[in-house]
Design a protein around this ligand. Sequence first.
Ligand code: MLT
Length: 405
Amino acid sequence: MTAINENFQKLPGSYLFSEIARRVAAYEQEHPDKKLIRLGIGDVTRPLPEAVTAAMHRAVDDMATAGGFHGYGPEQGYDFLREAIARCDYQARNVDIQPGEIFVSDGAKSDCGNIVDLFARENRVAVCDPVYPVYVDTNAMAGRAGDYDEAAGRWTNLIYMPCIAENGFIPAIPEGKADMIYLCFPNNPTGAVATRAQLQAWVNYANANGSVILFDAAYEAFITTPGIPHSIFEIPGAETCAIEFRSFSKTAGFTGTRCAYTVVPKALERGGASLNSLWNRRQCTKFNGVPYVVQRGAEAVYSDEGRAQVRETLDYYLNNARVIREGLTAAGLTVSGGVDSPYVWARTPAGMPSWDFFDRLLRRANVVTTPGAGFGPSGEGYIRLTGFGEATATQEAVRRIKSAL
Ligand code: MLT
């Protein structure tokens, strides 16, 4: 009899966004006449920038010629894209990241999940609470999270770092030793950002303790406040303790197109091993690279035209986030995020449980949100809304929410 990975049996119910989709589908089936507005999962709605689609068309034409055809690409990504990323996302900000430290992939979600392959099972993992569930679930699958305590909504072996209103949604450094530390700024789900000094404290801790920071910067393009770091590598010392995940999904509309990248500095070593080499080994074994056509599209994000078009889209989403933030505040809810982030984090009225408020908004307002409790125990009493919707639908959603309170 084949034995399965018993850790999968410890996972509670379904993945957060699958559970939401299930509830929404059930509601739609009962009420096919209702027009739902979806501000739940952070999926983009604006089309790909024209510069991107034009580059992809040219790349498709390349593929139709003997000279321009591309079969298996380099597992790490084509040089043209790795060079553009290093130059435009790092060196332009005076951060010394080289193309050989960049690994192009099909998504920050997969990379955040796959990176756990590099680390021994006995490492202690620290996560923010609330947290993007991928970090928790993938460590649970790898047997690093212990057992799930249903009543407490926590895993026994994880270190939870509460991100609550009282600490401005910024985690305090834990007292115990954490080996793998997940940080995400701008934060999903709270929309909070970390200052240079706050990140420096984490880098100092990680270097002093031999820990690794797994820094999810998928939302960095939404930062509007001057002086807020866009990358952990803007912080001195990060190159010896951090890995960074970035994505074209939310920045340039690639949620369905799939392109992202992970930066593993060559200076990052643990146990005498180079993590850059280990990740390279892992990717070469398990991954065959992102399609040529998609990488040409991603490269076009860095053209003058591409940058201007991406900026326009980011402003569109940030304006939606402002509409949600201001509308819900005017309706008397306590709201944060939505300034340097597409996500708005709102307290439920009168301490109502998150899932109850989610259900109320689904049924009374026909608006889909994400219940904060789905992101961890400290998310209880909150909901998350995204600015990724269509502008008029977002305005309508805010109007409906106000009358459903
Ligand atoms: C979210 O809604 O948190 C994100 O869209 C999920 C993801 O990027 O995988």
